[in-house]
Design a protein around this ligand. Structure first.
Ligand SMILES: [Zn+2]
Length: 289
């Protein structure tokens, strides 16, 4: 019987990079097979090269939050990680790990499964992450957000860090804002006044299904009365401390599908890529545009 020692395993492992390289070389070429460079996979000796070789650091923000009985708790993180992966490939960005333990609003925080960090702690936590990314040497940081609870702390942190740093630019966007209610109504995918938007609603459920259809259980939810469209196009911010009798999701979820989700995610991805390209190609133009 061969006795395998730990040293033997480690030494055998040294041959692995060659095997992995061969596997990648033989992988089918094409858009879907391209993988982004991930920060957590940068090896110690490569740090300087990685910082110098990528014009952009991409930081996705997700959550762990109840999204109705039919959706996974990591819905926001699943959507934003999937979009960020594609955006990183298309914009030559270095992809940082998705920040997943974040702040959830009061009206979802009491549902079992939600994990929420206090907003003031979150602002400090985001600030430290951004400070460290800038300290590495990145000057352009793209924060790609998948969860509304991150908007306040995220923008607070960016404002704080930008004020202390020289020559840095930090861009923050929410993926769902590339799918305006008007655009959604024109597409006619979802038959509710706000075009399918809403927490755990048909639009968001479809987007989760675009990446992880195996985690969607539409049979566990029933359709709810459609949420009101207060904005009529103008953005607004409504925060409730409680939402009595609310089941933790919204809208006609039976209209969700992975096919719709793939279309929506593609539209958002294309809009985000265009925005980033416009931003980076005009970075020399002075002003606070
Ligand atoms: Zn969500």
């Amino acid at each position: 019987m061969t006795h395998i020692t730990r040293r033997g395993v480690l030494q055998a492992g040294l041959a692995l990079p060659g095997i992995v390289e061969a596997a990648y070389r033989d992988a089918p070429s094409g858009k879907d097979s391209e993988k982004p460079k991930r920060f957590e996979e940068v090896v110690g000796f490569e740090v300087e090269e990685a910082v110098a070789g990528y014009p952009l650091a991409i930081l996705p923000l997700g959550s762990l939050e109840f999204h109705g009985p039919h959706n996974p708790l990591g819905s926001d993180a699943i959507i934003i990680s999937g979009i960020a992966e594609r955006v990183a490939v298309r914009t030559n960005g270095l992809l940082f790990p998705t920040v997943t333990f974040t702040q959830c609003p009061a009206y979802t925080a009491h549902f079992r499964g939600t994990i929420s960090v206090r907003p003031d702690v979150m602002t400090m936590y985001f600030s430290d992450i951004l400070r460290n990314i800038l300290h590495l040497g990145f000057r352009n940081v793209f924060i790609l957000n998948g969860h509304d609870g991150n908007i306040g702390p995220g923008r607070g942190a960016i404002t704080q860090v930008a004020a202390e740093t020289k020559d840095a630019a930090l861009l923050f966007v929410n993926w769902w804002e590339f799918l305006s209610s008007e655009m959604m109504k024109t597409m006619g995918m979802f038959h509710q006044a706000n075009g399918g938007h809403g927490h755990g609603g048909p639009l968001e459920t479809s987007a989760v299904a675009a990446f992880r259809p195996d985690l969607i259980h539409l049979e566990k939810s029933r359709d709810l009365p459609e949420p009101p469209d207060l904005s009529r196009g103008a953005p607004y911010f409504l925060q409730k401390s409680t939402a009595t009798d609310w089941p933790g999701y919204s809208g006609k979820v039976s209209e969700a599908s992975s096919e719709k989700g793939r279309k929506l995610v593609q539209i958002s991805e294309d809009g985000i890529v265009k925005l980033v390209e416009n931003w980076l190609s005009r970075s020399e133009v002075p002003g606070s545009w």
